[in-house]
Design a protein around this ligand. Structure first.
Ligand code: PFF
Ligand code: NA
Length: 459
């Protein structure tokens, strides 16, 4: 049996917004969004993505924050309390547990990639990229991925710092970290964007990102936009529920959620405006995934005036963005350990990051190509080659959509309507629009996407 623990609250609405925006803004914005946007029709994709954020992301985020604030405990226990209040089965608490699990699993690989970013602060800072050939820079990246020692060391650094911040608690740890890191991250991003606009090919970037070429938009692009809306807003990962649990009662959930979603979207767009001029200005291609930020960008920085300093700034910025997401991914597990085992926060954080460290080895050794980390089977509609691919697919394509679906159903169908309206404190008109969206549109859209992903329906 769990006791009810007083976890405390954010000291202000701003603290919550900074923390939740810190959770949202991360690797998802800075390398993934610019690339998938470019590959899927630029401006046309942006329109679809904005619609997904508006009609699914924002309603689900409001649902998660309200669950947290009304339950005031870790996600599983909050949903349990609300299920009891609604005279429903306490098995609904699985909605919360899946989130904690998803956050934990995402962090097990996110920490490894964040480790690359931190190691690149030192690569860039020591001038390794200056005048280096593309082959040499590709070699630096390949060496990192092939070196268990380096990967383990940087992952340990990331999880260690994450554990220290979370272990210090809400006000001295999380709140202090986001108060310094988020504004700094934003300023650094603007510096890079300004540098890129002046020194890179800004015109080609605007064309690439904003010219709405609908002929390039496919159904699969629509699905990618929807999936990314979940990941980028940190939904169905325990993060928004636990951050909501610390939200003062008088704060408006709808307004805060709107601010967070807008900030995440704007930062994703600025990230594109910061990265692509540099890439295009140096005659490089808009390559996919890790390569864009860890290979193309260093090649470009290596050829440019001030590349050492601006390259270093870029990776510091990326590191800051990743840390404020990492603390959000582990916080719900730590809060649960505090409730369940009546542990001190510091100890709970230590247990959480030690377990994460162990699980992160699955990803580390997937990258180094170790035999034991190789897999070869089809899991929920997709062939996976190693543990990293399995965890990535399991979270992004399975747990997040299903968790979001279950959250929407729980709040809009299981909880009592007047309880929900009271927590949101919205006028009848605004509440009605949100409620109908969450009750009908959100579940149907998610189900559609999920069935497509697992190959049951196809377009
Ligand atoms: N929203 C983060 C990003 O875009 O990089 C990723 C993330 C953070 C996912 C926190 C889940 C989470 F709980
Ligand atoms: Na994001």
């Amino acid at each position: 049996m769990t006791t009810s623990v007083d976890h405390g609250q954010w000291s202000s609405r701003l603290a919550f917004i900074l923390a939740a925006t810190g959770s949202a803004v991360g690797l998802g914005n800075i390398w993934k969004f610019p690339y998938i946007m470019g590959e899927n029709g630029g401006g046309a994709f942006v329109i679809v993505y904005l619609l997904c954020i508006l009609s699914i992301g924002i309603p689900v985020m409001m649902a998660e924050v309200l669950i947290g604030r009304r339950g005031r405990q870790s996600p599983g226990n909050s949903v349990r309390t609300l299920a009891l209040e609604a005279c429903a089965n306490t098995k609904w608490s699985v909605v919360g547990w899946v989130g904690i699990l998803a956050g934990f699993l995402i962090l097990s690989f996110y920490a490894v990639i964040a480790g690359w970013a931190v190691s690149y602060i030192f690569e860039a800072g020591s001038g390794s990229f200056v005048g280096a050939s593309p082959e040499k820079i590709q070699g630096i990246f390949n060496d990192l991925l092939a070196s268990p020692g380096k990967l383990v060391a940087w992952t340990t650094v990331v999880l260690g710092i994450t554990g220290i911040i979370v272990g210090k608690g809400l006000k001295d740890g999380l709140e202090k970290a986001v108060t310094y890191l988020m504004p700094s991250m934003f300023v650094l991003l603007l510096i890079i964007a300004g540098y890129a606009a002046i020194n890179g090919d800004f015109g080609a970037t605007i064309q690439f990102m904003f010219y709405p070429d609908f002929s390039k938009l496919t159904y699969s692009g629509v699905l990618i936009a929807l999936g990314h809306a979940f990941f980028t807003l940190s939904l169905a990962s325990g993060a928004m529920m636990i951050y909501g649990a610390y939200l003062p009662q008088k704060t408006s959930i709808s307004q805060s959620v709107m601010a967070i979603a807008i900030a995440d979207t704007v930062i994703a767009l600025i990230a594109g405006i910061a990265i692509y001029p540099i890439v295009f200005g140096n005659g490089l291609e808009a390559t996919a995934g890790p390569g864009l930020v860890f290979v193309s960008l260093p090649i470009a920085f290596g050829q440019m005036w001030g590349g050492t300093i601006f390259g270093t700034i870029f990776f510091v910025m990326l590191g800051f963005a990743a840390f404020t997401s990492a603390i959000a991914m582990v916080e719900s597990a730590v809060a649960w350990l505090v409730e369940r085992l009546a542990l001190e926060r510091g100890k709970a954080a230590l247990i959480a990051v030690l377990s994460l460290w162990l699980v992160s080895m699955l990803t580390v050794f997937s990258f180094t190509g170790a035999e034991w980390a190789k897999l070869d089977f089809v899991f929920v509609g997709k062939h996976v080659n190693n543990y990293f691919e399995l965890i990535d697919h399991l979270t992004a394509d399975v747990l997040l959509p299903l968790g979001g679906l279950a959250t929407a159903i729980f709040v809009a169908w299981v909880m009592k309507r007047d309880v929900v309206q009271e927590e949101l404190n919205l006028s009848d008109g605004k509440f009605g629009i949100w409620y109908v969206t969450l009750r009908w549109f959100t579940p149907i859209a998610i189900l559609f996407v999920f069935l497509n992903l697992i190959g049951i329906v196809s377009f």
